[in-house]
Design a binder for this molecule. Structure first.
Ligand SMILES: Nc1ncnc2c1ncn2[C@@H]1O[C@H](COP(=O)(O)OP(=O)(O)OP(=O)(O)O)[C@@H](O)[C@H]1O
Ligand SMILES: [Mg+2]
Length: 269
């Protein structure tokens, strides 16, 4: 089972949006996928239209109040399940994070999911804190959403340093799946400049071909609590981006077995 941490030093760069839509797209591509929310903010559950803090999830696993089978949520797609963060009292976030980061629950949940899922996509909180660090310790891969803006260049270096440390100390098999440019604005010269710098600075293909554009439809989707791919009104062509991203990810996970005959054309920027 591949365990992909979606992480970024900066907040609000599209981690949750990418985790959700990538998870959906991986399931659509025929893979048994689980989206696992590790962020106490609970944005993933909200994006799915689940009532705020109403459902048990990771928090209840940490306290032992619920069993894993009871907190896994089925979705319309039989290939996709979701495990949300659960009820985290805003005043006890640090206790929740401590339990998540130090205790044996997270690795044991991952071990128990392994027979039933091919892929787990973990939506991490923003920053290089203990939850992100823990996620990197148990992940097989990390995907780094990056907003194409000047500050991103600085923050990505800090994230790469953390990844190096985790590799050296706890998880030598952790590999960087790639960076995905998110909220890309074709009209903004700063976006283009940053993209160019990234492409030159990281020449070895670390930047994925798929670029997620800035688009109002994402805001609409989160307002309505409906992931983009499930929105009836306007799923294509934007939703297609995530099929392409899923393909990029699958090719990198399994270079040998991925079909290479019908790769979509990378979106040109
Ligand atoms: N490509 C995009 N175009 C326009 N808006 C977007 C895009 N991606 C995400 N958004 C919007 O930007 C906001 C932040 O996105 P999201 O929650 O995915 O980021 P995040 O990195 O998970 O944030 P946090 O660090 O707080 O967890 C949301 O309102 C979301 O709907
Ligand atoms: Mg988020």
């Amino acid at each position: 089972m591949y365990v992909i941490a979606v992480a970024s030093q900066k907040g609000g760069v599209g981690k949750t949006t990418i985790s959700l839509n990538l998870g959906l797209a991986l399931a659509r591509a025929g893979h048994r996928a689980l989206i696992l929310e590790l962020d106490a903010q609970g944005s993933l559950g909200l994006s799915l239209g689940l009532a705020d803090r109403a459902r048990p999830g990771v928090a209840e696993l940490l306290t032992g109040a619920e069993r894993l089978e009871a907190v896994l949520l089925r979705t319309r797609d039989p290939q996709l399940q979701v495990l949300t963060v659960g009820r985290v009292d805003p005043t006890t976030v640090s206790g929740f994070e401590e339990a998540l980061a130090r205790g044996p629950v997270l690795p044991s949940v991952i071990a128990r999911l392994a027979p039933d899922f091919e892929l787990v996509v973990m939506d991490c909180p923003a920053g290089l804190g203990k939850v992100t660090t823990r996620a990197l310790e148990i992940a097989t891969h990390v995907l780094l959403p990056l907003q194409a803006e000047p500050l991103a260049l600085r923050s990505v270096g800090q994230m790469l340093a953390l990844i190096d440390r985790v590799r050296a100390e706890k998880n030598p098999r952790l590999s960087v799946l790639g960076m995905v440019l998110s909220m890309f604005d074709r009209q903004a010269s700063a976006s283009l400049e940053v993209a160019e710098t990234l492409w030159t600075k990281f020449p070895d293909g670390i930047i994925l071909d798929t670029v997620v554009p800035r688009d109002e439809a994402f805001l609409e989707a989160s307002l309505r609590g409906a992931p983009l791919l499930l929105m009836q009104k306007r799923p294509p062509p934007l939703a297609r981006i995530f099929d392409q991203l899923a393909n990029d990810v699958l090719v990198r996970l399994e270079p040998a077995s991925a079909e290479d005959d019908d790769d979509p054309i990378p979106l040109l920027v």
